[in-house]
Structure formats: structure tokens, C-alpha cells
Design a binder for this molecule. Sequence first.
Ligand SMILES: O=C(O)CCC(=O)C(=O)O
Length: 274
Amino acid sequence: MKKFKIAVCQILVTEDKGRNLKKAEAMIREAKSQGGEVIVLPEIFNSPYNNDCMTQMAEDYPGESTNLLSSLAKDLQVYIIGGSIPEKTKDKIYNTSFIFNREGELIGSHRKMHLFDIDVKGKITFKESDIVDYGQQVTVVDTEYCKIGVAICYDMRFPELMRLMALKGAEVIVVPAAFNTTTGPAHWHETIKVRAIDNQVYFVAASPARNMESSYHAYGFSTIMSPWGEVVATTEEKEDIIYGEVDLDYVAKVRQELPLLKHRRTDIYSLEEQ
Ligand SMILES: O=C(O)CCC(=O)C(=O)O
């Protein structure tokens, strides 16, 4: 199958985990009813994005949130790229995306590799690594349509990781993310566009809606970008679901007409996964 519909649920995340999960379920059901075949949630969709809440709401896998996603995937016969949740292991927390197929089976998970430790003076300071540990693996999952690369938020700022996913065969890159009202207006749209163009992939960036009652003000503006750099679908800061068609023939056409991946000078430089 060369085409499929992808849906991004821009959820308004609150401090009430039960409400977040109910909202995720309702939006996934709605996305399915509108023809979504691959449904994407935002970064940390079950908890506010701050270190205290993430520590409190961290869950083992399997747990409440991942069980819900798995059973919805099976019940609705859809793929779910489950945004991310704070994942608790024996002695660590990771920021992890769990990915389920139509049978509700886990087909991959990505632990955020680049942690958001930043200090933009007078605007935003965040130190995710105070509580979250570093993921160690590049994640590309196989679906019945194509290979899909999955990374989380700050990961998308690292072109090497995005390129590695393309070199591993990804034709779509999905990034659950939560840029904010400082870095969002400055860099969100440009980063999405350039990663799509560089790697000639559909680039799907899924944000939570902006919650001004939360300590972290997510930017919103979830976006689906084509491999030619065209906006397929986007929204603003409020809760919403966006839909876009992924056309794999179009990926092939763009890659054939402008063969960026083939024209790399691998005799002069290279990119290797350690
Ligand atoms: O890179 C950014 O500007 C935002 C990153 C972020 O919020 C995150 O990694 O969760």
C-alpha cells in the first residue's frame, strides 16, 4: 500500500493523569473515525512536562498508559505512535515513546536520546537530565506501509540522528515533541521543514496543546510536512487533531528527481552509528 492517512492528536495535557488518558482515548477514537491509520500522540501526553510531575507519574512498561494504547490499537486496528511517557525502570526514568501495531503488539520503543538541558536567560531554564536518563538507540520501526523513524522533541535538533534514520530506510519520521513559547516561535517550523527537506521524508511533529495553567507552556502547532517541504497539515496552539495523507510514491519521486541521499560524498565524509 502506497498511501495512508496519518493523524496527530494535539492533546491538552493537565495535572490529572486519568483525564489525560481519557482525552487520549477519545481523540484516538475520533482520529480512527476520520480514517486515521497511523495515530500519533505528543511528548509526555499523560503528565505535565516538568520534572516533578514526570517523577510522580512515571510508569513501568507495561503499565496503565501503555496498556490503554495497546488495547486501543487492537480494538481499532490502527497503528499508534504513543507520544511519550515517563517510563520507570528499576532505578531510572526515561522519556519513552511506545509504538503499537494493529494487533496491539509493541513494535518498538524510543527512549529520548538528547535531553533538554537549556538555559535561555530570562526566558526558559529546563534540566531534564536531573530526572531522566539518556536513551542509547536509534529507532526505526517496520510497518505494513514503510519504515518509520521515531525520535522525541529535542532529538529533532540533531541532524545526524535524523539522517541516520533516513539511511536506515525511514520514509516517514515522527517526532512527539513539546517545544515552548520561547523556542517554538524561533525554531519549530524551520526545523520541521529543513529535516523533511534534508532527508526527503514526511516529517510529523506532534505537540501538546498550550496549557497556560501549566508551568510549561507548550508551543502547539503540530505539523505534517512533505518531503518537498510543503505543509500537508498544521494547526495552532489549541487542542485539535490534524490529518494528512502520506504518499510513498511521492517520497520516491522526490528522491529520484533530487537525489540528495545518493549524492552524499561518502568518500570524503561519513556518518556512522557507534
Ligand atoms: O528544542 C526545543 O526547543 C524544545 C525541546 C523540548 O522541549 C524537549 O526536548 O522536550
